[in-house]
Design a protein. Structure first.
Length: 276
């Protein structure tokens, strides 16, 4: 069973030099989470950047003193009090595209960086059966995903087994028209549990984190996912995250969408400014 530690903030009372009491604030860390999709030469745009842009990002992060981390590091900070690097940053790649293996993976190894791959289970299954791949929107198969994970450069998380639909009344994890509470919960559980079981069989561990397809979420859905054992969830909402020892800070984590032509320094500055 996944453990859940006390979520309260501990206040430590101490005496300063003058004998007055003061309160030690709980440790807090700012965590930017960058959201990518494809890294490719053809048709760059909102969900695809050029390989040279990806390399430029990695050079920028290295130059500015950022250290890439994985969700296992974030969870260790929140639950176990294990320190994070001075300037941690999370690189997330949604959908598990083949370009993450062909274009991103070599760059991660070259720059000593790490990334989180949010996998769509059905896509990984189907593309694992193909003998030839090529073109945009091609997904990596399990062989490629597991090679990335086993290298230590990547972590695999849950992006649903087959809920990544944006039309025909599906719209990710949103409730269908006329769907009652029981039917909705059963549909969500059945889908995410299917990928959890597959990840467990292939890696020995279920995913700790669920990335909402298209960023669609609700209060009901958060409760369902928590009962399914997920310790964290990721949205597509723009912003930066404040990590504390309170596990609730891992719910509905915000991300920064890195699109073609965007200025990464500006994006990070805007996200930090949005904290207020």
């Amino acid at each position: 069973m996944l453990r859940r530690l006390w979520a309260g903030l501990t206040i430590v009372l101490m005496l300063n030099g003058s004998g007055e009491l003061w309160q030690e604030k709980p440790e807090e860390v700012l965590l930017p989470v960058l959201m990518y999709h494809e890294v490719r030469y053809d048709d760059p745009g909102k969900d695809a950047i050029l390989p040279e842009e990806m390399e430029s990002d990695l050079r920028y992060l290295q130059r500015e003193g950022y250290t890439t981390v994985l969700m296992e590091d974030v969870l260790a900070f929140v639950y176990d009090g294990i320190s994070l690097p001075e300037k941690p940053i999370l690189l997330t790649f949604d959908d598990g595209y083949e370009s993450s293996y062909r274009r991103l993976f070599p760059l991660l190894k070259q720059y000593g960086a790490m990334a989180v791959i949010n996998v769509i289970g059905r896509s990984a299954d189907e593309f694992s059966l193909l003998t030839e791949q090529g073109g945009p929107y091609v997904h990596a198969g399990w062989k490629e995903l597991l090679e990335m994970r086993d290298s230590g450069c990547a972590e695999l998380q849950n992006h649903s087994y087959d809920l990544h639909h944006g039309s025909s009344g599906e719209q990710g994890c949103r409730r269908r028209w006329g769907e009652d509470d029981f039917a909705y919960e059963e549909r969500i559980r059945r889908d995410v549990d299917r990928l959890q079981e597959e990840l467990y069989q292939k890696t020995g561990y279920p995913a700790s984190t669920f990335a909402y397809p298209y960023g669609f979420y609700s209060d009901d859905l958060e409760g369902i996912l928590e009962e399914c054992g997920f310790l964290a969830t990721m949205t597509c909402d723009f912003g930066m995250n404040r990590l504390t020892r309170d596990p609730d800070c891992l719910r509905r984590m915000k991300r920064i969408c890195r699109s073609h032509g965007a200025d990464l320094n500006k994006l990070l500055s805007q996200a930090e400014a949005a904290l207020g």
